[in-house]
Design a binder for this molecule. Structure first.
Ligand code: HEM
Length: 223
């Protein structure tokens, strides 16, 4: 019986239109959400390590000692997964001359007043966010390695460790603001979350937000 049903009626109901466009593979979505989960755990434990006001958060990890041991391991795991994921996307995030126009018209786009041409899979705002994520994840990883006790920290001098500790906190704060913007943009752009949860977008979404990518995926001209 199962085999005679069309794919969309097998197992569970779905609202996926037959002409939906695939935006992310299962592996990409799983990696992205693993990175997001690790980020939340890292941010929470980072706050608890940063200031006594947030010390209570360590209870969520079992004990302060467990949290202190886990934090760097979670950080290395995030960096490995993030760079594995990001290495699949770099080509689509290369900045093009047309991205300047998008950046100039961004305020109008945010207010829904302006239609701005987007040539590729991502708009200029997403591309800049992508490259900043690369820089800040790398910065957090490198500074984190320098202050990682008891393993690597003893190989560095006091000045290097102090500077790395300070930069680690600054990068962590900037990353928090960046991920906040990323989260807001993901929720604010209707249909975007579905791309990362279900893997597909509607043709209307693709034509409206990324007409160039729509053309590439369908061979059709976006009206
Ligand atoms: C905290 C919750 C998060 C939510 C709700 C979220 C949501 C999303 C969504 C919906 C997309 C798809 C956008 C599109 O295809 O147009 C996306 C893409 C992406 N996300 Fe996240 N994300 C989160 C956390 C993170 C974190 C922590 C990182 C990395 C540290 C990250 C890195 C990325 C990257 C690199 C992309 C691809 C965008 C590009 O290549 O320009 N996300 N995210």
């Amino acid at each position: 019986m199962e085999g005679t049903l069309p794919p969309e009626r097998r197992g569970f109901a779905t609202d996926r239109p037959p002409d939906a466009i695939r935006r992310y593979s299962e592996a990409e979505r799983l990696t992205h959400w693993a990175v997001a989960l690790l980020y939340v755990a890292l941010f929470a434990s980072g706050l608890a390590l940063f200031h006594p006001f947030f010390f209570w958060i360590s209870a969520l990890f079992g004990s302060p000692t467990t949290m202190r041991i886990l934090h760097p391991f979670l950080g290395v795991s995030l960096a490995v997964l993030f760079f594995a994921y990001a290495s699949r996307l770099w080509r689509d995030n290369l900045l093009l001359p047309s991205d300047r126009i998008w950046l100039r018209r961004m305020p109008g786009y945010m207010n829904g007043k302006d239609e701005t041409p987007v040539e590729g899979k991502y708009n200029a705002g997403q591309k800049l966010m992508y490259w900043s994520m690369i820089a800040f994840v790398a910065g957090l990883l490198l500074t984190g390695l320098v202050i990682w006790r008891p393993y690597l920290a003893p190989s560095f001098g006091m000045t290097a460790r102090r500077t790395a500790g300070l930069l680690h906190a600054v990068f962590g704060f900037v990353m928090f603001v960046g991920i906040g913007v990323h989260f807001y943009a993901a929720v604010w752009t209707r249909g975007s979350m579905r791309a990362m949860t279900r893997g597909w977008v509607t043709r209307t979404w693709a034509r409206y937000h990324h007409p160039g990518w729509y053309r590439r995926m369908t061979g059709k001209v976006a009206e």
